[in-house]
Design a binder for this molecule. Sequence first.
Ligand code: UDP
Length: 195
Amino acid sequence: TNYVKIFGVKIDKVTMEDANKRLVSYMQGEDLKMVFTPNPEFIMKAQEDADFKAILCQGDLVVPDGIGIIKASKIHHLDLPERVPGIELMEKALEYCNRSKKSLFLFGGKPGVPEAAAKKILEKYPNLVIKGTQDGYFEEKDELRILDKINEAKPDILFVGLGAPKQEKWIYKHRKIINSKVAMGVGGAIDVWAG
Ligand code: UDP
């Protein structure tokens, strides 16, 4: 096996380079792959939330975001090679999208925030395509409309920034009908991009 379990949460034994390669291969594939980036806070939350723990364990790519995870792996003699911060993995995905003219969708953040992030991303990566944006403040009754919007856009990659565990639960719940190749939980990264 090429993963370890830290307090019951699966974490893949990958370097940033390995993670990037897997992400690129997913984006050339067909079915939706789920990418999660747990930090120690996720692991803590997962101890009290069995659904969250089970969902993290089903991620296709689960990377160690945060030095605390690397340290925990060393204490348990389960060496993880290095930190793979979600924000840096997102950057790698954007670089790939830019090189290969792939498309993305930004979902999450307060109204106006994903739009501002989209603008900044396009300034840095003008060759990628932003197929749509959606803020992350919605009611249950809006979910189908949001899914339709994403599915009509058919992005190569969907970034979901609703905070944990909301983003992982949302991705998992809709994994069979999301029309994209990758859905990645990115926490506050959309805010960071918006500046
Ligand atoms: N968020 C959202 N909808 C919600 C709750 C949060 O879109 O119902 C967004 C929030 O605006 C922020 C992100 O989710 O952009 C969560 O950021 P936070 O830093 O809390 O997440 P972390 O990176 O710690 O997982």
